[in-house]
Write a protein that binds this ligand. Sequence first.
Ligand code: AMP
Ligand code: MG
Length: 352
Amino acid sequence: MKTIIIHAKNGRLSDEELEMAAKIIKSGGLVAFPTETVYGLGADALNPEASRKIYEAKGRPSDNPLIVHIADPNHIEYISKDITDKAYKLAEVFWPGPLTMILAKKDIVPLSTTGGLDTVAIRLPADRTARDIIRCSGGFIAAPSANISGKPSPTRAEHVIDDLDGKVDMIIDGGKTTLGLESTIIDLTPDKPVILRPGCITKTMLENVIGKVEYDEAVLGKHPDDSIRPKAPGMKYRHYAPEGNLTLYEGDMRRVVEEINKKAEEFIRAGKRVGVIATEETKDLYKYGEVKSVGKREDEDSIAAGLYAVLRDFDEMHAEYIFSESFFGGNLGQAIMNRLLKAAGYRVVRVD
Ligand code: AMP
Ligand code: MG
């Protein structure tokens, strides 16, 4: 298949480009487009054949459910039922934005979109172009991250092109995504809502609006135990792991730098390709291996935004060993470390 690539000028599409994207989605095709979190691979969420194509293009297991993206908050009533007051409150405060809510689904949503579940995940993105596409394409777009299953989510159009060129009808290049981490997912079907995936909308932000919220066991940074039945089918799948062996170092920053330098030197001497994940503040302190800054520690948004691109870069250079600083704490620590810990297979070295 020949993939049409469109470069959005200043992040915006012309009316003709928008119409072209909408036509593809309405006729059951696939369009990758940027949102404020990561790039999404969009198809008509109410067309079972179209959502099946998403699974095929990504190589995604068919019981890993998709998030339905809408452009008008009232549209939750068209696809979900038993909508609680908490859901309405969260929608009012956090939409448009990086929050996905799980609610009971109506029959109109095909099981092939929800991975066979009787619930549906819904999000209203903040990105204006994403909302334009959704609105013009019928209002309900299933859009998981636009990567091959098992790779880091794409935060730039080049990542999408690397993974999906030739497999989808259109890729819209809107530059770097602003947040860089996938949405926070909250399940509102139990009495006490549960966070299934941490993101830029934090537990505290949610609790300020609807009271007590819990984390699902699987997001607490523990190694997933086979005996825990995952709430979301997606949680049981192998998450992204870099080609190289990734280890996180945690503790006093000076000691972390010292230890990473020591290890990197040791592995370089042994003839290995070594990568170091540093920050703007520390990058000049590392002396061995390929050193990449993920962002500024002073500005945690920049770390979230830069993480996936750095992980992809190290795969591209076939790094055999990767040493990384840790990012516990702050508002985004939970979301950043959730991704990094999984990528590292929970290998963390404490150095103090
Ligand atoms: P992605 O869009 O690739 O970031 O993945 C979407 C994720 O949302 C899935 O892997 C699930 O973990 C979660 N999800 C989507 N729909 C549901 C649902 N109905 N119930 C629970 N989790 C869901
Ligand atoms: Mg994904």
